[in-house]
Design a protein around this ligand. Structure first.
Ligand code: AMP
Ligand code: MG
Length: 305
């Protein structure tokens, strides 16, 4: 039996799988099966009020589960498959069960670009919830080994899809009313605006996406951000050249934001394994995918986003 067949069998049986995607490794379960979705919350230790993204392999299925308008179609056409999640009014509450939506009238949908994820989703034919495969609060896994370390005991199938090229979770955009940028990711504000026009202003309310907890992505060691001159004994996550004499883990020697994003979670994990008294992170420019990096490291440091 191929890995894809084994993954589909597991999903049909209500079991969990690891789903390699271009953003991070997901912990996958059938979105239509509440008993399977409960296992995701349990394996992650995730609060039940935090809704899950439903991953789909084709547009027709997406249009059955969520209510698409012209803006949603234009964004899907521009960015799917890819690292963009659309929050839409829910149409089919059975395909995306209440537990997957945390009881909301909306559903979050994404078509991932990873070939293995697409193969599994298309062969399965239904929606698959797939939050990051880490235990709640910890850095997301971007390699199969890291996914296995986090939740390997809970999955029936753990395919190796290689290292995740994007490295931070998908951009989340809400189309409930005005277009709102709920979570920064590889698809930038400017790219969204180029397709659907200006985003709604960032009010506190607009920022509030359910389940966006303040401390997240956190290693065991304390994390400090925006550090140019690391303190003695720190493990330093550098962005470009540094003359720090202690342990340095480069996010990107050439100051490439995409490279830094793809290295971020692995770097946090590698730093944590050294059990330092503190992990310090260089300032990261806040444009393009840098906004997503800064969002994640602020949360790793325990700041409210
Ligand atoms: P993740 O934690 O990566 O699984 O992403 C899930 C995030 O997507 C949630 O924390 C929300 O920010 C967002 N999300 C998922 N479903 C919905 C929904 N129905 N309405 C609004 N935001 C949602
Ligand atoms: Mg997560």
């Amino acid at each position: 039996m191929s890995l894809v067949e084994a993954a589909v069998d597991a999903l049909n049986a209500g079991n969990l799988i690891h789903l390699p995607t271009e953003t991070v490794y997901g912990l996958g379960a059938s979105a239509a099966n509440p008993e399977a979705v409960i296992k995701v919350f349990e394996a992650k230790g995730r609060p039940r009020f935090n809704p899950l993204i439903v991953h789909i392999g084709d547009l027709a299925l997406a249009e059955r589960i969520g209510l698409f308008d012209d803006r949603a179609r234009a964004l899907a056409k521009a960015f799917w498959p890819g690292p963009l999640t659309l929050v839409l009014p829910v149409r089919d509450r059975d395909q995306a069960c209440d537990l997957a939506r945390a009881g909301l009238d909306s559903v979050a949908l994404r078509m991932p670009a990873h070939p293995m994820a697409l193969d599994i989703l298309r062969a399965f034919g239904g929606g698959v919830v797939a939050p990051s495969a880490n235990r709640s609060g910890r850095p997301s896994p971007t390699t199969q080994a890291d996914a296995y370390e986090e939740t390997g005991a809970s999955v029936a199938v753990s395919p190796d899809g290689g290292d995740c090229p994007v490295g931070v979770e998908s951009t989340v955009v809400s189309l409930l009313g005005e277009v709102r940028y709920l979570r920064a990711g590889a698809v930038t504000r400017a790219q969204i605006e180029a397709v659907v026009g200006p985003l709604a202003a960032d009010t506190a309310e607009g920022h509030r996406s359910p389940g966006r907890l303040s401390t997240h992505y956190a290693p065991d060691a304390p994390v400090r951000i925006n550090i140019d001159t690391p303190s003695e004994g720190a493990v330093y996550l550098a962005f470009g050249e540094t003359d720090y004499a202690g342990v340095v883990i480069q996010l990107s020697a050439g100051r490439d934001l995409h490279e830094a994003a793809s290295n971020l979670f692995r770097a946090l994990r590698d730093a944590d394994r050294l059990m330092p008294k503190v992990i310090e992170i260089a300032p990261i420019p806040d444009h393009d995918i840098g906004e997503a990096i800064n969002d994640r490291i602020r949360r790793a440091a325990g700041f409210v986003g």
